[in-house]
Ligand binder design. Sequence first.
Ligand SMILES: Cc1cc2nc3c(=O)[nH]c(=O)nc-3n(C[C@H](O)[C@H](O)[C@H](O)COP(=O)(O)OP(=O)(O)OC[C@H]3O[C@@H](n4cnc5c(N)ncnc54)[C@H](O)[C@@H]3O)c2cc1C
Length: 547
Amino acid sequence: MSESESASAQWRVLNLPLGLDEDESVLLGRAAERAGLSPEEVRGLRIGHKALDARKRGRPRFVVHVDLALDAKIEDWGSDAFRRALGSGQVARRTAPASLAWAAPHASLQGARVVVVGSGPAGLLAALALARSGVAVDVLDRGPALRERGRALARFIGSGELDPEANLLFGEGGAGTYSDGKIYTRVDHPLEAPILDELVACGAPAEIAYDARAHIGTDRLHTVLPRLRGRMEALGVKFHWGTRVEGWVWAEGAGGRRVRALRTSAGEVACDAVFLAAGHSARDTLEALAAEGLALAATPFQFGVRIEHPQSLIDGGRFGDPGLAARLGPAYYGLASRAGAGSPAAHSFCMCPGGQIVAAVNQPGLLCTNGMSNSRHSSPYANAALVTTVGPDETGPGVFAGMDWRERLERSCFEAGGGDFAAPAQRAPDFLAGRASESVGPCSYKRGIRPGRIDQLLPERVRGALARALAHFDKRIPGYAGSEALLVGIESRSSAAIRMPRDPESRRAAGFENLYPIGEGAGYAGGIMSAAIDGARSAHALLERGL
Ligand SMILES: Cc1cc2nc3c(=O)[nH]c(=O)nc-3n(C[C@H](O)[C@H](O)[C@H](O)COP(=O)(O)OP(=O)(O)OC[C@H]3O[C@@H](n4cnc5c(N)ncnc54)[C@H](O)[C@@H]3O)c2cc1C
């Protein structure tokens, strides 16, 4: 849309069908008709959201939401048909995208220095929003910059030698740097558009702006992240790698404590405000800060296993015709099973088509799995988390009880794999029957797999929920629980086990005047985009209210 068009009112026409072979140009007529308008009344059109609907096996199609620019006074002069479309919910007014920069930052921020702890999506987007608004920002991360992080991971895959400061969770870009780079979210927030624009400006594909299954892929993330860093450095942001925050120096302020400086592995860093974006696995940091007055609360978290199938099995199950994968790309799934028969609900999560299973740990002696993929989704395997929710009923009371519980099971998983970061694996029918698998593999997990009793590793309530889900999902995708399905390791870090309570308006930590807990580790996000939005929103709270 042109600038003058985008100055007019924005409307979204929902759920337009588009055949696999149809040209997108048909959408103008279809959208106008659905909205009760003539095509001439449409000033501009953009695809806002495009999803593959594969529910009817063998007859997939796209479902598209189209954003229209219409005369700003359309509501006054629009036809009855337009008003009817509006009333029926087929057409909806769009909230204008927000800007990352805050137009008039609070005067108290003049000359202020803000420190962001953690260079994951929450920390990066908080820092970017602040820097775009003219605030000086330092980003500290305990892990290394990308290149060195890559070397540490290659060492780990080759030798099983885990560096606690440079791994799949710690280092430039945070936990999502080696991931599928899925960036769609169920949160419809006006900050999503400028964040996607920023990623596109850094080299992400333009389709992420509307693709319902938008993903970047690990290979591409590795070109996007250095460009993002370069753009942020050009705005004055300073990055400090290998700098672990270990505590803080605070003073009593009028409305609570004020953090004056951070104690780090590289010395003391003075600050006027702190954004804490340390992710969900920095237990040492949480313990140190809790000992110095940071309020923490236990929260229920996701727990289960990784499951892997041949991608062709998923393609066949979703598309009916496995040949369609060559046209549409490898099939994706998202499945859920309700609670019942004494078992809690369970669902698939973080599905990586054409991906590989990875070890997402930062502590030696512990093992948990996760998934990643490259931009082309080109491996022959499909993996996903299969998880349920666990809380104090399982883990017991206490702020760190969830983390203790999780680590106990991760240690058992590490030992069941043989103690060298190979992962225990069990075929789905053996898991369901409660017997050992005679052989396992092949599998995408690069440290290798060994037969293991995943059914015995899991607490009974979790095992029951996953068994029920497997039986249910097998009806949706034939073979899902068949002998080609492998359960690999445990998946225990899909979400945070601890939350940092904060004021909903100011977004400051309880009891602190200038401390902003953000992102997944603070309990306010569950993925790359939601963490990024959370970081940017908290930056806006500071920019609006000041120090
Ligand atoms: C393998 C894998 C695949 C994933 N795939 C996806 C996906 O496809 N899509 C999706 O939406 N989500 C995915 N996720 C989840 C997603 O990565 C996280 O939700 C997201 O990264 C959380 O962002 P964050 O900024 O809150 O924290 P993190 O990304 O965890 O970043 C925290 C950062 O803080 C640093 N840090 C920790 N402690 C300290 C300290 N004391 N001092 C200084 N620095 C510190 C760490 O080094 C780290 O860089 C995946 C996660 C993993 C592990």
